[in-house]
Write a protein that binds this ligand. Structure first.
Ligand code: ZN
Length: 307
């Protein structure tokens, strides 16, 4: 089913990473700049992430002896230094997730580059190391993102959805490893309901939501892919859901043959395999399009004319 599985370390069948995007209340300030500070209930829902969920998540990881990745907007790093300290004490990776969850596809190249670089500096100051990975806020990867990531020396991106296995983004400035995910492994469609954020899903039970992720993981295990959970502390770090996550991690470990690692380690392994020729990845040259794809109006209306 997967034509070119990666040779994972120690003969593992598949690789898996649980990634948490600690957006906290950046989302609300971006969505409602004029009155975000008066939306106190919404703020409290999002602040649950850094204040309650992150310590819980890190504690569980410690119990299982695993290291994972947190993508954090730089503004949240400045706002919630204690949560970042907790991540670092646990030995986890802190990766780049924009400044305040801004949308790169709505910015020009210069503006995107400015926030990318400014946030690199903040991460470097807080963690003592330059970030190696990036996930575009809300998967808003722009036509300039790949180029800018290569220019800034990023090892990997975690925003795209083009495959079941890692692949290579080729740009004029160099290559970036893509560690893909998709909406099926994201926790928003399962659990998030927020009028403030204009996102209203019928909330699933914790077990039903996690069952979706378990199926995604089991498929990757069967065929040698890469499972990447794209979760949010304020959402999946809630108590009932976290109980189910613990069961999912136990399931992964009991199944065996799973390389559960931070994204940076997975990307470094893939790069090594590409360099030594043991893995031939798919290569996507970005951007896909350099000019607008225009659809000329057809006589009698597009859809009708095609019938
Ligand atoms: Zn995010």
């Amino acid at each position: 089913m997967i034509e070119n599985p990666v040779p994972w370390p120690d003969g593992a069948r598949c690789a898996a990473a649980i990634t948490f995007d600690m957006d906290a209340d950046s989302l609300l300030h971006l969505e409602h700049p004029e009155d975000s500070i008066t939306r106190v209930s919404g703020l409290s829902m999002l602040r649950y992430g850094p204040e309650v969920a992150v310590p819980r998540i890190v504690e569980t990881y410690k119990r299982f002896g695993i290291k994972q990745t947190f993508f954090v907007p730089a503004w949240c790093i400045e706002q919630y230094p204690k949560a970042i300290e907790t991540m670092l004490e646990g030995g986890h990776e802190v990766a780049h997730h924009g400044y305040i969850h801004e949308n790169p596809t709505a910015a020009g190249r210069e503006e995107e580059a400015y926030w990318l670089r400014r946030s690199i500096e903040i991460i470097e100051r807080a963690t003592g190391r330059r970030p190696r990975g990036w996930r575009a806020p809300l998967y808003n990867f722009s036509n300039h993102s790949a180029d800018l990531l290569a220019e800034e020396g990023f090892l990997y991106d975690a925003s795209l959805m083009g495959d079941d296995v890692p692949y290579v983004l080729r740009t004029g400035k160099g290559d970036v490893i893509e560690l893909p995910a998709h909406w099926g492994v994201d926790d928003w469609p399962q659990f998030v309901q927020s009028m403030d954020l204009d996102y209203m899903m019928p909330i699933k039970s914790a077990a039903a939501g996690l069952e979706v992720f378990k199926q995604e993981f089991d498929a990757m295990w069967e065929y040698g892919g890469l499972f990447v959970g794209v979760w949010h502390p304020f959402c999946t770090g809630r108590l009932a859901r976290w109980i189910e996550v613990v069961k999912l991690i136990e399931h992964m470990l009991e199944k065996g043959g799973v390389w559960l690692a931070p994204m940076e380690a997975i990307a470094a392994h893939v790069k090594k395999c590409v360099d030594d020729g043991s893995y031939t990845p798919r290569i996507d040259r970005l951007p896909y399009y350099t000019e607008r794809v225009s659809v000329m109006p057809l006589a009698g209306g597009g859809a009708k004319a095609a019938e």
